[in-house]
Design a protein around this ligand. Structure first.
Ligand code: C5P
Length: 297
C-alpha cells in the first residue's frame, strides 16, 4: 500500500496566546504544494520503519518517528495489532517548517487503514491525525485551508488556479518548539512585532487567483523568531526578493524559505539564480494547491 503526501506552506501564520496545554492558538492559512513524501506499508509480522530518499538526515527509524506513533495509535484505537513494514521515501526537508514529519504520520494512517482492512472514512482519520500533531490533519486534507485551534481544525478555502513557488532549503533544521519559545520570549520582552490581523485580504486574493495580491498579504508571526534563531535566513530572503520574487517568507517555523513568483517560468529562473547565490543548500520549484494524502498503488 503506497501513499503520496504533500508538504505545506503557511501563507498566513497568525500566532495567538499560549494555552494551558503549551500550544498556541493559531489562525493560519495552509497550502499543500507539489513536494511529496511517499509512505509504503507492507504486511509484516511486527512494526518496522525504514527511511530512504533525498532528505533523510536525522530522521528517527523507531518509535520517536511520528509515523510509527501513527501506526500504533491506529492499531490501539481499532483493536488491530500494528503489524506493518513501513518505508518512508523522503523529499520534504527534515525539520524544515514544511510539516514533513506530520505528512508521514498522515500517510501512515491512510496506508495502514487500508492495509489492515479498516478502510476508515476521512473524518475518522482526521480525528486520529489531530491527536498526533497540529499539522497532521492538514496533510490528509491538502488543498488550501484555514486552520484554527492549534492548527488542526480545518475549513477548506477556495483558491483559483495554481500558485508557483521556489523553495530555498537550508543545510540545518530548526525545532518548531524552539521557534514558538523564541516568539514567547520576544513577546514577554516587548520586542516582538505586532501580531498579524485576520487573513481576510489573503483569502480574497486566493479566491481571485491573483498572485500579486496574495504576495502582498503573506505573513508569518513566527518569522522574526526563526530569523533570531537563524540570522543567515535574512540573506536568503533578501536574495530572493532582489532576484524578482513577488514575496519572500519563512515557511512555518523555518528554516525553509518560500518565494512566490508569477508563473512556472519565473520559478525555474529564480531557482537557478538563487542556487548561484550561495544562500541555501539547494532549491526546489513547486506549485500549489495539490490534494492531500492519496493512495498511489
Ligand atoms: O503539534 P506539533 O508536534 O507539530 O508541534 C510541535 C511543537 O510546536 C509543540 O510541542 C509546541 O511547542 C509548538 N506548537 C505550539 N502551538 C501550536 C503548534 C505547535 O506552541 N499551535
Amino acid at each position: 500500500m503506497r501513499v503520496r503526501v504533500p508538504a505545506k506552506i503557511n501563507l498566513h501564520l497568525g500566532v495567538g496566546e499560549s494555552r494551558a496545554d503549551g500550544y498556541h492558538e493559531l489562525l493560519t492559512v495552509f497550502q499543500a504544494v507539489d513536494l511529496h513524501d511517499e509512505v509504503t506499508a507492507t504486511a509484516a509480522a511486527d512494526l518496522s520503519l525504514a527511511i530512504e530518499g533525498a532528505e533523510t538526515g536525522g530522521v528517527p527509524d523507531d518509535s520517536d518517528n511520528l509515523a510509527w506513533r501513527a501506526a500504533e495509535l491506529l492499531g490501539d484505537e481499532y483493536g488491530v495489532p500494528p503489524r506493518a513494514a513501513l518505508r518512508i521515501r523522503k523529499s520534504i526537508p527534515v525539520a524544515g517548517g514544511m510539516a514533513g514529519g506530520s505528512a508521514d504520520a498522515a500517510a501512515t494512517l491512510l496506508a495502514c487503514s487500508v492495509l489492515w482492512g479498516l478502510d476508515l472514512p476521512r473524518p475518522e482519520l482526521a480525528l486520529l491525525a489531530a491527536e498526533l500533531g497540529s499539522d497532521v490533519a492538514f496533510a490528509l486534507t491538502g488543498g488550501t485551508a484555514l486552520g484554527t485551534g492549534r492548527g488542526e481544525q480545518l475549513t477548506p478555502a477556495l483558491a483559483t488556479g495554481q500558485f508557483h513557488w521556489v523553495l530555498a532549503l537550508a543545510d540545518f533544521g530548526l525545532s518548531t518548539a524552539d521557534a514558538y519559545r523564541e516568539l514567547d520570549r520576544q513577546r514577554a520582552a516587548g520586542t516582538a512585532d505586532d501580531p498579524l490581523g485576520p487573513p481576510d485580504a489573503l483569502l480574497d486574493a486566493l479566491r481571485a487567483g491573483d498572485a500579486v495580491r496574495v504576495a502582498a498579504e503573506l505573513g508569518n508571526d513566527l518569522q522574526p523568531a526563526a530569523l533570531a534563531l537563524a540570522p543567515q535566513l535574512r540573506a536568503t530572503l533578501r536574495a530572493g526578493t532582489e532576484l524578482g520574487a513577488l514575496a519572500a517568507i519563512v515557511s512555518g517555523s523555518g528554516p525553509t524559505c518560500a518565494f512566490l513568483v508569477a508563473d512556472g517560468g519565473a520559478a525555474t529562473a529564480l531557482a537557478a539564480a538563487l542556487a548561484g547565490e550561495g544562500v541555501c543548500r539547494t532549491t526546489r520549484v513547486t506549485a500549489g494547491p495539490v490534494p492531500g494524502a492519496r493512495v498511489s498503488s
